[in-house]
Design a protein around this ligand. Structure first.
Ligand code: PXP
Length: 273
């Protein structure tokens, strides 16, 4: 066969959409919340990280907050040195956190908005408003070999600006969707899911890797897991809460199973791949 003929045979006749693997990052902040309630060493977030990995976590996520309300600087040192999967460090885009990230060089940093009075990360980062400061900040992290993610609302303008400031990844804030699901607001849920589907497609088209997280549970994870461009979910509070009843590895394993089932059969959950 001529070289030209073999090239012709090798070319696929029709593009076959491939299913991208979906990773699970387990956020262990609330193990530290419980530990700090008594000021001692138990329960240990590092032990939790090992158990989450045993249950199928692909990575460990920890948020070092300015007020150190849960994860401590020592936790970050121990996690970075001892876990066998990538560490995703969530942090505010401050000078203090930049110095810490550059010292530890985690696999990824997810930049989040942070207000002291909030109970958890409420709303996404104002990337459009902060773009002038974010661009050099993102560049410093990337120069150190850290993948940079921005935690954002699923909005097209924010996605375009995230690409413009040089982010590698956007993590879509699923909090509003989960809140509406909890309130049984079917039309609100449908509207939020549509926003996530559109945002994931736009981010992917802009060359950004797409993650999602916040408030996800066994019930809400499936409709997000089927969005084909999303390749990582970061889940904490629900998994750590479930662990009280069934153990951490088994809570992680159940979440993994639900994600994987949804990804393999997207039509059952209303979103086509
Ligand atoms: N992703 C980001 C960026 C977050 O800030 C959080 C909360 O710390 C999560 C995911 C996980 O949210 P939850 O604990 O509600 O699962």
């Amino acid at each position: 066969m001529s070289p030209a003929g073999s090239r012709a045979l090798a070319r696929p006749s029709k593009a076959v959409p491939s299913v991208r693997p979906l990773r699970l990052g387990v956020n262990i902040d609330h193990v530290a919340t419980l530990r700090n309630a008594r000021g001692g060493l138990h329960p240990d977030p590092l032990r939790a990280a090992h158990l989450a990995i045993e249950g199928g976590a692909d990575g460990i996520t920890a948020h070092l907050r300015e007020d150190r309300r849960h994860i401590s600087d020592t936790d970050i040192t121990r996690l970075k040195n001892e876990i066998t999967r990538p560490l995703n460090l969530e942090m505010a885009a401050t000078a203090e956190m930049l110095e810490i990230a550059l010292r530890h060089v985690p696999h990824a940093c997810c930049l989040v908005p942070e207000r002291r009075e909030e109970r958890t990360t409420e709303g996404g980062l104002d990337v459009v408003g902060a773009r002038v400061n974010l661009k050099p900040y993102v560049a410093r992290l990337k120069d150190a070999g850290i993948r940079v993610s921005l935690f954002i609302e699923p909005e097209i303008a924010t996605i375009e600006t995230s690409a413009a400031v040089g982010a590698d990844i956007v993590e879509l804030h699923t909090g509003r969707y989960c809140h509406l699901a909890l309130a049984n607001d079917a039309s609100g849920v449908a509207r939020e899911l549509e926003r996530h589907v559109a945002a994931a497609a736009a981010a992917d088209a802009a060359g950004l890797e797409v993650h999602a997280g916040h408030g996800l549970t066994y019930n809400t994870v499936k409709a997000i897991a089927v969005v084909p461009q999303i390749v990582e979910l970061n889940i904490g509070h629900f998994i750590i809460g479930e662990a009280i009843f069934c153990g951490l590895s088994s809570a992680v394993r159940r979440m993994r199973t639900l994600m994987d089932e949804a990804r393999a059969t997207p039509a059952r959950y209303g979103v086509s791949a």
